[in-house]
Ligand binder design. Structure first.
Ligand code: UDX
Length: 453
């Protein structure tokens, strides 16, 4: 099938690349000409494991091409995936101006019937507004537009694996023909007819994904409801971790036992510095705003968000507890990205930690396997190094802020030698408290009683 992807950000690139990989002919476009130049030159503007080789092989096979001309993409395809950004406005509501402008462009350019699919995360009711915009701006009055919602559940860092091995594919539709078209698009995934670029033929056993056909409004709600619930779970674990600190419990023991109840499940109960990134925090905000706008009180989410913001306060309390005065102390930061295996720092907790430490006069050194360049653009005065041992050199404290696996395997005897004061605050509960003390460190983490020196 001939598909167009409008918007070559993270979601657009992963979606377009994966759709090409399962055999569709994909043409992708974006209104950012600098980004298109990078893509057309065969490079990829973001870091996501497996993405670069997958895009290269899809282009080589002629399944995927990029164009800076949106009209070309619209003319070429029967199905158009809208993957543009929906960033938060001051109020927390999603800014839908990019969706609106793409809708007008499609309406203006289309000469043949199109199925227009919302892939971007949007609040409920966007589908009906999109349909109206397509209809009223349609040039050749008779062009038929159908609208569908197909939310993505791709996690950064594992997005390509998530595309090939989803738990569910949700399609919100207005007529059964759209459901059938979407089922056909995803048939290779539903029937396991693909060669997975992540696991090279050795995919872990997985349950067959469910293909869920819903109304458009339900599909839009499902995306916000899922991400908001994940945020709730994390904040719940983080409050448990505060309780454990006060009552000598160990949050890992508690959440493990709680998560073994299949009604609760083990995932997203990891306590630490809280959730960041461009999905969970912004989706919670947008969902709260949507609920407010229709007079439904979703205070539950407000609370989850408040708990999440306070994680930085909790970390700063620990830093103060140990260092007393922060001014002129040298602090090393391990990790900057909002989670491992990405270079994404949008709404990363590390950024707020940096702001607070700088405001108090700390001297900072930082490392991250992928996110240093993006962070340098915001904080040029920090000393960056790819070498964690250099970051430890002369430091009064090391803060572990992102759970990159490499930080679990550091040569701690060497780190110990490098540091001026052997203090490690592990904001992601990555290291073993006992082992760290045996190495001679003062060590603290979140909610693991007895771990405070
Ligand atoms: C999320 C959703 O998981 C995905 O389905 C959706 O499509 C996009 O948004 P992503 O933003 O990539 O994905 O990250 P995710 O893995 O959900 O993690 C979000 C944040 O929560 C990270 O900062 C992570 O460190 C934090 N987190 C996650 C915790 O603090 N504890 C946990 O137990 C899990």
């Amino acid at each position: 099938m001939k598909l167009a992807v409008i918007g070559c950000g993270y979601v657009g690139l992963v979606t377009g690349g994966c759709l090409a990989e399962i055999g569709h002919e994909v043409i992708a476009t974006d209104n950012d000409s600098a980004k298109m130049a990078v893509l057309e030159a065969g490079r990829v503007p973001i870091y996501e494991p497996t993405l670069e080789p997958m895009l290269a092989s899809a282009r080589k096979a002629g399944q995927l091409r990029f164009t800076a001309d949106p009209a070309e993409a619209i003319h070429a395809a029967d199905v158009i995936f809208i993957c543009v950004g929906t960033p938060p406005r001051e109020t927390g509501a999603a800014d839908l101006s990019a969706i609106d402008s793409v809708a007008r462009m499609i309406a203006n350019e289309a000469r043949t019937p199109k199925l227009v699919i919302e892939k971007s995360t949007v609040p409920a009711q966007t589908g009906s507004n999109l349909k109206r915009a397509l209809t009223v701006y349609g040039r050749s009055g008779g062009t038929l537009f159908r609208v569908a919602s197909n939310p993505e559940f791709l996690r950064e860092g594992t997005a390509i694996g998530d595309f090939f091995h989803p738990d569910r594919i949700v399609v919100g539709i207005e007529d059964s023909a759209s459901a059938e078209q979407l089922r056909e698009i995803y048939a290779p995934i539903l029937e396991g007819r693909f060669s997975c670029p992540v696991h090279s033929g050795k995919c872990p056993p997985a349950v067959k994904p469910e293909f869920l056909v819903t109304t458009i409004a339900s599909a839009e709600l499902i995306k916000h409801a899922s991400n908001s619930f994940l945020g709730l779970k994390i904040s719940y674990a983080n409050v448990l971790s505060d309780l454990c600190e006060k009552l000598d419990g160990n949050v890992e023991e508690v959440t493990r036992a709680v998560g073994l109840d299949p009604r609760i499940g083990p995932h997203f109960l990891k306590a630490g510095l809280g959730f960041g990134g461009f999905c969970l925090p912004k989706d919670i905000q947008a969902f709260m705003h949507l609920a407010d706008s229709v007079g439904v009180d979703f205070g539950l989410l407000r609370e989850a968000e408040r708990v999440n913001r306070q994680r930085i306060d909790r970390l700063m309390e620990k830093v103060h507890h140990f260092l007393w005065v922060i001014k002129d102390k040298q602090i090393g930061l391990l990790g900057l990205a909002f989670k491992p295996f990405t270079d994404d720092i949008r709404l990363a907790p590390a950024l707020e930690v940096i702001r607070r430490l700088i405001a108090e006069g700390a001297r900072l050194r930082a490392t991250d396997p992928e996110a240093m360049e993006r962070t340098r653009a915001l904080f040029p005065d920090i000393a960056y190094s790819a070498d964690p041992y250099e970051v430890a050199r002369g430091a009064d404290a090391l803060l572990l802020l992102t759970e990159w696996p490499a930080y679990k395997k550091l040569d701690w005897a060497r780190v110990h030698k490098e540091m001026a004061r052997r203090l490690i605050i592990d904001a992601r509960n990555q290291l073993d408290p006992l082992e760290m003390r045996l190495h001679g460190f003062e060590y603290d983490s979140f909610g693991r009683a007895g771990s405070r020196a």
